[in-house]
Design a protein around this ligand. Structure first.
Ligand code: DC
Length: 231
């Protein structure tokens, strides 16, 4: 039986990672935060002060980036960088790093490798379109930029990071633009994805909606695999 794959794509702050984490626990699946992987690459380039404009820099440094993930902990070349990858500095740079073809190729390969043989929920921008175009369920989560900016502000507040609302909103709009207009793996709804708008929803409400789709997709898969599965 092939593993069960759920792809959750959508723009920054649409609630993907929060709900994906809860759903993975609820359905005993592995959760893979693919944005964190691009963030680790951005942190590497930031910490080592490497200009992204020179192809030779990318060619030289990309093979030196080693990524390990253990549950909620993210390791860059052996160091736990789970906190560092969420700073505004990394957030500001990451879209530029995620545009680089070679970076994407390396991350997509790693995402497939990590997911191999597992029941997995991945969240990102190109999961349903590029990483797993045959996913059992594809969700495209959206929310207004203002709502997403408010959520980011709350995240920052909880982490004790001070940021201005207008700056956060501008950052979200900028990232949306870069993520959706890039050539490689742009932020895009897969044709067969279910679009869900999370504006005004509590996390629990979004989780409940997605839970319905997961239940149905599991049942459909069990049918295809010739097994019985009760929702
Ligand atoms: O979801 P996030 O905010 O942690 O994502 C960080 C950045 O990485 C964001 O600018 C888009 C990019 N990204 C991507 O290009 N492809 C993915 N599968 C996941 C994230």
């Amino acid at each position: 039986m092939r593993n069960f794959i759920v792809a959750i794509d959508g723009p920054a702050g649409s609630g993907k990672s929060t709900v994906a984490k809860i759903l993975a626990k609820k359905y005993s699946m592995t959760y893979l935060d693919t944005g964190a992987m691009y963030r680790m690459c951005a942190l590497y380039f930031l910490e080592n002060n490497i200009s992204l404009n020179k192809q030779e820099n990318i060619d030289k440094h990309l093979p030196l980036i080693n990524i390990d993930i253990d549950k909620d902990s993210f390791y860059l070349n052996g160091k736990d960088v789970s906190k560092e990858i969420r700073t505004p500095e990394v957030t500001a740079l990451v879209s530029y790093v995620a545009k680089i073809k070679e970076v994407r190729e390396k991350m997509v390969e790693l995402q497939r490798k990590i997911s191999f043989g597992k029941d997995v929920i991945l969240d990102g921008r190109d999961i349903g379109t590029v990483v797993f175009p045959n996913a059992d369920l594809k969700i495209f989560l959206v929310a207004s930029p203002e709502e997403r900016a408010r959520r980011r502000m709350k995240d920052y507040e909880e982490k004790g990071i001070k940021e201005e609302y207008n700056k956060v909103l501008a950052g979200i709009l900028e990232r949306d633009f870069i993520d959706s207009t890039r050539k490689e793996g742009p932020l895009k709804k897969a044709e067969d994805a279910v679009e869900i708008n999370t504006d005004g929803d509590t996390i629990e409400e979004t989780v409940a909606k997605l839970g319905v789709f997961i239940g149905v997709a599991r049942q459909q898969k069990a049918k295809r695999d010739g097994e019985k599965y009760d929702i």
